[in-house]
Ligand binder design. Structure first.
Ligand code: SF4
Ligand code: SF4
Ligand code: SF4
Length: 263
């Protein structure tokens, strides 16, 4: 589909529950300023109080569905938009919020808000937005890499080439950056199974926590073999739960469908 209406595609930016880090990342990028003349922004709460609730060609959605009201919001977004982009790991994979899927939420609320535990509304599960609606493109990362996110959005807007995520692991970025592999120092890392394209900032200071979710066809068995030299089974599962527990591949590790060879 050509994203073109009178030469100016209509784009709306939405934030569900999240920290706004993804939208700030995009908002601060110089390429977005270049794009501004060739797009028609209908809604962008962080940048403007203008809100034109008509149909749009592209909806960019940050955050995850935390309350029932947002289920309706995300469905309305889908109805109005020709294409939907999930921006960031909250909307793509549930991100850090999905930790609630593995704890007793009631007990946590009682501990943290003992005076008003029922004041905070929480969904039954933290999931990616494609559990509710069809998503045309996921731009993962917590937050996403700014250059990559804006370029992918520009590709979608121009329609000149199909937007493609990096098909290599974070280890490739890491080598390009000339980081010393943290495994050498006995520090476990999810870089080998995580989608690259971020420039590997984290192994430069500590380790990759897998915020961009899995690479296509990750070699999970080999990764588990390495991780098991440093972590026990419970710690490995915690590692995979951190950012992308809603992804199909990391879920397989968490639920024990993939194990260390021979175990
Ligand atoms: S993906 Fe990360 S940066 Fe983006 S909204 Fe969620 S928590 Fe914030
Ligand atoms: S530090 Fe992590 S991302 Fe970098 S090469 Fe080693 S395993 Fe890969
Ligand atoms: S190095 Fe890992 S944790 Fe850091 S931004 Fe890249 S994918 Fe995310």
């Amino acid at each position: 589909m050509e994203l073109n209406i009178d030469g100016k595609p209509k784009i709306s930016f939405f934030d569900l529950t999240g920290c706004n880090g993804c939208l700030y990342t995009v908002l601060n990028h110089p390429l977005l300023l270049q794009l501004v003349d060739s797009i028609n922004v209908r809604e962008f709460r962080l940048a403007s109080n203008v809100k034109k609730e008509d149909a749009c060609d592209l909806a960019i959605v940050e955050g995850y569905v935390a309350i029932q009201e947002e289920v309706e919001t995300v469905k309305e977004i889908r109805e109005k938009a020709e294409k939907v982009v999930a921006l960031g790991s909250c909307s793509s994979y549930g991100s850090i919020h999905s930790i609630q899927n593995f704890i007793d939420v009631k007990e946590a609320k009682n501990k943290i808000y003992p005076d008003a535990p029922d004041f905070i509304e929480t969904p039954k599960k933290a999931v990616s937005i494609d559990d509710y609606i069809k998503v045309d493109l996921k731009v993962p990362g917590c937050p996403p890499n700014a250059d990559e996110a804006v370029e992918l959005i520009a590709d979608l807007v121009s329609g000149k080439r199909s937007p493609e995520l990096a098909q290599w692991p974070v280890c490739v970025d890491c080598k390009m950056r000339e980081n010393i592999c943290v495994f050498i120092h006995g520090i476990p890392c999810l870089g080998p199974v995580t989608r690259g394209g971020c420039g590997a900032p984290c192994p430069a200071s500590y380790t990759c926590d897998g915020c961009r979710g899995p690479l296509d066809n990750p070699n999970l068995e080999s990764e588990l073999e390495y991780l098991s030299k440093y972590l026990d089974r419970e710690e490995i599962i915690r590692f995979f739960k951190r950012y992308a527990s809603c992804s199909e591949d990391f879920r397989k590790v968490i639920e024990g469908e993939v194990n260390v060879r021979g175990s």
